[in-house]
Design a binder for this molecule. Sequence first.
Ligand code: GCU
Length: 597
Amino acid sequence: MKKTFILLLICTSFVAMSQTNESYSQLIQNIGGRSTQSLNGHWNRLVDPLESGYYDYRKKPNPNGFFKNMTVDNWNQFKEYGFEDAPVLQVPGDWNTQEAKLYYYEGTVWYKKSFTYSGKSQRQFLYFGAVNYETKVYLNGQKVGEHEGGYTPFNIEVTKLINQGENTLIVKVDNKRHADGIPTDNFDWWNYGGITRDVMLVETPSTFIRDYKVQLKKGSKSVLQVEVKVDGNALQQNVKIEIPELKLSKSVITGNNGEIAFEQNVVPSLWSPSNPKLYRVVISTAADKVEDEIGFRTIETSGNKILLNGSPIFLKGICIHEEAPIRTGRAFSLADSKNLLDMAQQLGVNFLRLAHYPHNEYMVREAERRGILLWSEIPVYWTVDFENPVTLANATNQLSEMISRDKNRAAVVFWSVANETPHGEARSKFLTSLVKSAKAFDNTRMVSMALEKSQINDSIQTINDDMMDQVEVVSFNEYLGWYQGTWELPLKVKWVFKNDKPIIISEFGGEALSGLHGAINQRWTEEYQEQLYKNTCSMLDKMPNLVGTTPWILMDFRSSKRLLPKIQDDFNRKGLFSDRGEPKKAMFILKDWYEKK
Ligand code: GCU
């Protein structure tokens, strides 16, 4: 517990450095189990490409920026912005798919929401599920916090500034790309900007249960590790932990740092794809009570196998972007998650790679309810600024926020710290630091990253990467038959590996426009993609140490790198389903292959 929170403190200090008068609160665990007031709905918006609402004409921060939401009594007074008559955007949701003129927009949009608060709680926090990419938050004209990173939640305490009655919440969102950002300024998915997940006002007592972790101890099926942290002015608290179905009811007292950690013998029904058992867990103090649904399972490697609850498992997976079927745009709701999971389960999957960033909490919890194992990843993607300590602090902070939110989700079995990063000393140091942080935050799960294959020659394929020593499971992407050769190539190669670690093929595939049919050697047809999948599955049947695969990708997704007219039209077409949810012929090849696994 201590290590975890110290590291969390280091990471949060990254954000706190840019904080102002209100504290940036470390994540409140299980927001769905709290007393909340939704702030979703229509927000007024001002599109501000030159950030006139933040800087004066000399590019100096303007103390009377748009966040003041200035009102004037008459037209004689000078004011040249206003929210009351401004158009609205739906929150949650990206702006690119809500307004045609914002389709390509990368810059600042100001959001404004007026809300009434009449609660009686002693403390209030604003909670954002995710905002892409850089966020500044103002309540009643005062800056209360900011955040960097487009795919992880954050909460900001507003107890001192919230009004009983009317409140004005203004959020500056800037999705410009940065070479020193995480992700960097070059990535193969659409840069959907906006308040892309739920926004809530959270009410708590003055001392409340802010965080907890309840999971089986690494390597044990019967020892529960419980960690609880309370936040407030009375840190020594009587805390009760109950799991009624396990006849567990234990009272403990937190230390003067507000923390307690203990172990407890239990005999749970272990969570698995065939038995996605979740237990009601109740954590309470005199003033606070939080309920959660938590599954218990073990995950580890043994030789060249992955063991779930002590038994070898083959991970029948698929990669997935957080793209909504039919309407496209950033998926954000339980309904979107159910649609995507229904599609994935047509393949017979027991595993999903949530690429290339943490997905919304609805997706993680719904997959868990359905018994689907998950790979969760931070967007350290391609060529980030490995030499830059601020970039590393940013990546570490996003890693800590991803792990903090989902550390109680049995479905999550991998924390992934990177995808397809180029070899080099700075990259190795950067990734080694992230692997170490991930294990310090949570030593119960496997840590991995999607590497890139290499080869001895065209017919002998392998992987050769110093990062292989950093991970328990070696995962890599290969595109034989698409970016290298054509669909015969997978039938002509042999794979050799220098160590005996389990192997996951974290990406393979090729593109097809749904409904485009032709000869099997005609690229972009469903027949070509189908043949490529047939030959790749044959190749994988002969691959040593293979314990799973997540082909690229479940569904066509929008990317500004995909420009082939009449075929791609801003979509990467490697989906086994079209963006309208139509299955392509290759989908049935993978489905049949998994059925035989
Ligand atoms: C890469 C990358 C994906 C990308 C895919 C492709 O492996 O990880 O993000 O979309 O290849 O080229 O389609």
